[in-house]
Design a protein around this ligand. Structure first.
Ligand code: HEC
Length: 174
């Protein structure tokens, strides 16, 4: 008898747990939807939380002044367009004007999202790629210098094609 009761109790307990997990899931997407409809959530993308930057990339930072350096940006443009190495052609997926041409490729024109990219995070992604996506690692094809250059160029897409310093809350936090 008592054992039967125990089984029942734990079954109920498990159900409650499951329901609350499911409930939480819906609740948060409902909240996001609400915020969006109020125009407070920004684009969904901007709300994304980034995975932590691995230790070996944490201390990597854009060389001083390169976000706006015309030479660095021009070198980056050539890399991005595949003019330096035809095998490295970011434009093939991300588009010549930053408007993705391959489904799922990151849209660099989304300023709100790109503002959340710390330089070390961005550099890490270019270096190591994004697992289980078409975005592969470029560290064997691009020197560190070239990776910073291509980043400086990519960054102009979120500023109407113009160089801008990349300063924002995320960066100030480190
Ligand atoms: C074969 C297609 C392809 C090519 C070529 C490509 N990418 Fe990507 N890239 C993607 C896709 C797909 C994603 C989205 C991955 C994801 O879901 O986070 C992405 C994402 C990114 C991101 C954002 C990563 C993140 O976590 O949000 C950066 C930065 C990036 N690419 C830079 C580059 C650079 C620089 C090059 C050229 C050296 C390049 N990509 C070439 C497909 C490509």
């Amino acid at each position: 008898m008592t054992q039967n009761r125990l089984v029942w109790l734990s079954a109920i307990g498990a159900t409650v747990l499951l329901l609350s997990i499911l409930g939480l899931g819906t609740e948060s997407s409902v909240t996001a939807g609400l915020l969006d409809s109020l125009g407070l959530g920004g684009d969904d993308e901007a709300a994304v939380e980034h995975p932590p930057v691995p230790a070996e990339y944490k201390d990597k930072h854009m060389p001083t002044g390169w976000w706006t350096d015309p030479k660095a940006i021009e070198e980056g443009r050539k890399i991005y367009m595949g003019l330096v190495d035809p095998e490295v052609k970011c434009a093939k997926c991300h588009g010549e004007d930053g408007k993705p041409v391959k489904a799922g490729a990151r849209d660099f024109r989304q300023g709100k999202r790109m503002d959340t990219y710390e330089d070390s995070f961005w550099f890490w992604r270019i270096s190591e790629g994004v697992p289980k996506t078409k975005m592969k690692a470029w560290k064997d094809k691009l020197t560190e210098e070239q990776r910073w250059q291509v980043m400086a160029f990519e960054h102009t897409f979120s500023h109407g094609g113009k160089p801008e310093p990349h300063t924002h809350a995320q960066q100030a936090k480190r």
